[in-house]
Design a protein around this ligand. Sequence first.
Ligand SMILES: [Zn+2]
Length: 181
Amino acid sequence: MRCPYCGHTNNRVIDSRASRDGRAVRRRRECQHCGDRFTTYEVVEQRPLSVRKRDGSVEPFDRNKLIRGIQVACTKRPITLGQIEEIANAIEESLETSESGEVESWQVGERVMDHLRDLDQVAYVRFASVYTRFQDPEEYLDAIRELAARQGYDAAQLDFLESALEEERPAKSRKDRGRPK
Ligand SMILES: [Zn+2]
């Protein structure tokens, strides 16, 4: 650290203490050339986290958007906002270890699915249905059936999921489906 008075870089720290509610460390330094004292602050570097989307565009990571996405999947399920926030916290924390500061949108989605899979099967399937954007509704139903078979669902819950699909299927896939029933 260069002395602001004489420009020399040799100095010693004479005092060091927490500052700004513990978010910074304040250090008093004494220049070993001119003897003057000055103060430096050390703070954590806040690196903004970016998400690269499927279309290649990059946007800042948005915790609220993540929470809304999970909330939609958890509609009318016995899951509290606190649980959803915990998931968002865990995901955000795991993403912040990314060295580049940029993550792919699928990495965010996979993490949400990992958490929901353990928490609530219905919320998991709802999220997965939107997130993975099945090309064909049949594919989606296959995935539900596969999951149901694996998890030993009862038939009533499976029916519920299929009717949920009817409501939640994006209009686009309905329109684009050229195949008559
Ligand atoms: Zn100096």
